[in-house]
Design a protein around this ligand. Structure first.
Ligand code: ADP
Ligand code: ZN
Ligand code: ZN
Length: 749
């Protein structure tokens, strides 16, 4: 075929331009032009030069040749896109609804070529004995950063510079000071060295437990026989999942393939990274949001050239342009951060299945509290389920007490701490053991509950909690149901009915009133504003610099604190009432993780869960650390109300400048959706349209927001409806009005 014409997607994200435009390929480019290449083309009436990507090459034109313009040339600094990535972009566009250019940008982590960067590492110049002495001197002088770096260098003689300044948060000036003293050297190399261990440890290669070996063997046997599957590893923290990933990666690399490991950004700690660095050295690279465009580009180039074989990072690491991926791992697969908040609103798990299909790779998911989606698929035989039951580091699961806060009120205790928790806190402070207080504020959306009986104001149609709006009106964000403000509890008549308003700061104050001598660290949005604020607080607590750590959901992930023997969960049910169908799942997961924080070391742990709904199944099963029990009840609820994963659900949001206009557009589109497929005879299989209703944030920057939901069993049908809605919107909507679609949303709108 002669390469004469090219279809080009222009780099402008507008629905009206969301199609390829055809260009003539100039003589000079005919031999070299390929699909995916980034080119410069004249566009529009003014023939302004625009960047675009070639998505198809043809030898006959589809248009009047007179009207076809010439490609101007390769785009300066343009990065071309691999064929598999184009197919992946098409998948994103089709399944999640976005323009092709948005989808292409999503799969291209670095869109501009930049000069490759130098790799630097920090190497210890002193021998072990000297370095140990230096560290002790630093400690005496309270030079904690220097001491911390030396402690790590005593283990690994050489460490990648970005790991030191990033995850260890040692400032460049500290490194420079040590360099000037002749204690360390900063070396520039063309690539990272393997972090070299000073002491060769006996336990470096662990013998896998029977359970672990079974998983590794099964996945590899399948792989070698050509069958590709999805495997779900269900195991508590410390049960050896990471060890399984590492072994699998080693084997996959031996087979000449590459591996992608997704870990939520919050869990990308120094401890985790060093484990991969020390096993894979220069073959591994880490992606995270703080990398510059240059660094991202550099990594993509190294992945393409085969200089690295393993990448670790949050969801966007999925798009690393490896030539031949053999394994994808998603750790903590239940995490909400695997769902993109920007268009295309893809889910990393589903997208990973597609990447695995494109490359012929195996997919391994791991979690202590699997998402309902993953577990449901495992129960239906779509995923292979493995359960890791033991904690390999020793330490026992904590003893959990559930405290009924209604009873506390009845007994005259108005404090935010129950008597049980106060008693245990006093004991731990006395013993100099550490305490974590976790305030569950996840998804907090102004719901109303009764402190006397625990009753929560809910929508009679959707079984989610109602949200308090100005003047006290209560509104359901799914269907728009509304009722007036409540003064007394409809269940028990008590006047103690209101929203929960305590924050981490108040908890800190109350704690200081009770125990003035206790030292307290607080972690919330305020104290973690600065870069690294999060890790700094965690490592201070880890180093024993405080007795108590107070925080929101941020503190339940990542780090291990061996000296923590008491975890207090305040307001466990706050997240239960978050006004969306995933509230129970999220609560179970958070409570399980929080409780699991106690007793990681040699000392046994205890946990206290304070709640107004002690009988709720999420609380009961979390206290018993019983995932299966929780799953059975939760899936019944999803079946009954036809929520995902039993059904598929599409959220359709409409943004408009006028309230009436927005409502009208939403109603028109909802009607169109409704006109689709009610031919199903069985009620339980029919297409359901819920709403439209004002969104949770009904008005933002003077733009009114409406939302409706479409539930249907078959995903493909929803995609078909999405296409129809988009088509209709293109006709009805003015330039300032927008439509946004989200499949199986993680958050409520
Ligand atoms: P998870 O990823 O499930 O939290 P890890 O793989 O991190 O679990 O394992 C927890 C701890 O147990 C780690 O310190 C790890 O080094 C250790 N470990 C894992 N597998 C084994 C094994 N087969 N033998 C001994 N120790 C192990
Ligand atoms: Zn009540
Ligand atoms: Zn409702």
């Amino acid at each position: 075929m002669e390469k004469l014409y090219a279809d080009v997607i222009i780099d402008i994200a507008h629905e009206k331009l969301d199609r390829p435009f055809q260009y003539r390929i100039p003589e000079s480019m005919r031999d070299t032009l390929e699909e995916g290449q980034c080119v410069s083309v004249p566009f529009g009436a003014g023939n302004k030069l625009r960047k675009g990507y070639v998505v198809a090459v043809r030898n006959t034109p589809d248009w009047d040749v007179e009207k076809i313009k010439d490609i101007a040339g390769p785009a300066p600094q343009g990065v071309s896109i691999e064929e598999k990535q184009i197919r992946l972009a098409a998948f994103l566009k089709r399944n999640y609804g976005s323009t092709m250019i948005q989808a292409m940008k999503t799969v291209l982590p670095a869109r501009q070529s930049v000069r490759p960067l130098e790799k630097k590492s920090v190497r210890l110049l002193q021998d072990e004995e000297q370095a140990f002495k230096t560290m002790e001197i630093c400690l005496k002088k309270h030079q904690t950063a220097k001491a911390r770096l030396l402690r790590e260098l005593l283990e690994f003689a050489s460490l990648p510079y970005p790991l030191v300044t990033g995850k260890l948060h040692i400032s460049p000036s500290t490194i420079k000071a040590l360099e000037q003293q002749g204690i360390v050297a900063v070396e520039k190399e063309s690539r990272y060295r393997n972090p070299v261990r000073l002491k060769v440890r006996q336990d470096e290669r662990k013998t896998l437990s029977r359970e672990q070996a079974l998983i590794v063997d099964t996945v590899l046997k399948d792989f070698d026989s050509g069958s590709r599957d999805v495997y779900l590893l269900h195991g508590i923290t410390g049960s050896g999942k990471t060890e399984v990933y590492v072994c699998l990666i080693e084997e996959i690399l031996k087979r000449g393939r590459q591996a992608i490991v997704l870990i939520p950004e919050i869990a990308l700690t120094y401890q985790t990274l060093i484990r991969f660095y020390s096993r894979f050295g220069e073959q591994v690279s880490v992606l995270n949001s703080s990398l510059s465009m240059g660094e991202k580009y550099d990594q993509c180039q190294r992945a393409k050239n085969g200089e690295i074989q393993v990448i670790i990072g949050p969801r966007s690491a999925l798009f690393t342009p490896f030539p031949n991926i053999g394994l994808i791992v998603i750790d903590e697969e239940h995490e909400g951060s695997y769902k993109s908040e920007n268009s295309p609103k893809y889910h990393a798990r589903e997208t990973a299945e597609e990447v695995a299909r494109l490359h012929g790779a195996s997919l391994v998911l791991g979690s202590a509290t699997p998402s309902l989606e993953a577990y449901y698929r495992a129960m239906r035989g779509e995923y292979r389920l493995f359960t890791l039951k033991e904690r390999l580091t020793g330490g026992s699961l904590p003893a959990v007490s559930v405290v009924d806060m209604r009873e506390e009120l009845r007994q005259g205790n108005r404090s935010i701490f129950s008597r049980k928790l106060q008693e245990l806190m006093a004991d731990r402070l006395e013993k100099k053991q550490q305490i974590m207080l976790f305030l569950n504020r996840r998804g907090y959306a102004g719901f109303i509950s009764c402190r006397a009986c625990g009753h929560v104001m809910k929508c009679p149609h959707c079984d989610v909690s109602l949200s308090e709006h100005r003047g006290g009106r209560l509104i359901c964000h799914y269907c728009g149901y509304e009722e007036p403000a409540v003064r007394v509890c409809p269940q028990c008549g008590s006047r103690y009915i209101s929203g929960f308003r305590a924050g981490t700061q108040q908890i800190e104050e109350k704690l200081k009133e009770l125990y003035p001598e206790a030292s307290v660290l607080r972690m919330d949005a305020d104290t973690t504003k600065s870069k690294d604020g999060y890790e700094r607080i965690l490592s201070a607590f880890s180093a024993g610099e405080a007795d108590v750590l107070i925080g929101t959901q941020m503190i339940v992930k990542g780090h291990d604190f061996p000296n923590v023997t008491l975890v207090g969960v305040l307001a466990a049910d706050l997240s239960l009432s978050a006004g969306d169908y995933r509230a129970g799942e999220r609560t179970f997961s958070l409570l399980t993780q929080a409780v699991g924080r106690a007793g990681r070391g040699s000392l046994p742990g205890e946990a206290v869960i304070q709640t107004y709904q002690p009988e709720h199944y999420s609380v009961v099963h979390a206290a018993a650390q019983d995932y299966e029990g929780f799953y059975e009840e939760e899936i019944l609820y999803r079946e009954l109300l036809r929520y995902p994963p039993v059904c598929n659900m599409m959220a359709v949001q409409i943004f408009a400048a006028g309230e009436e206009r927005g409502k009208e557009l939403a109603e028109k589109l909802a009607e169109l959706a409704e006109s689709y497929g009610n031919e199903e005879k069985e009620m339980s299989k029919r297409l359901l349209v819920i709403g439209p209703a004002p969104a949770a944030i009904g008005k933002l920057y003077d733009i009114f927001r409406f939302v409706f939901y479409v539930k249907y069993e078959k995903y493909d049908k929803l995609v078909e409806i999405k296409d129809a809605l988009e088509e209709r919107a293109a006709l009805l909507f003015s330039a300032k009005e927008t439509l946004q679609i989200d499949f199986n949303p993680v958050n409520v709108f």
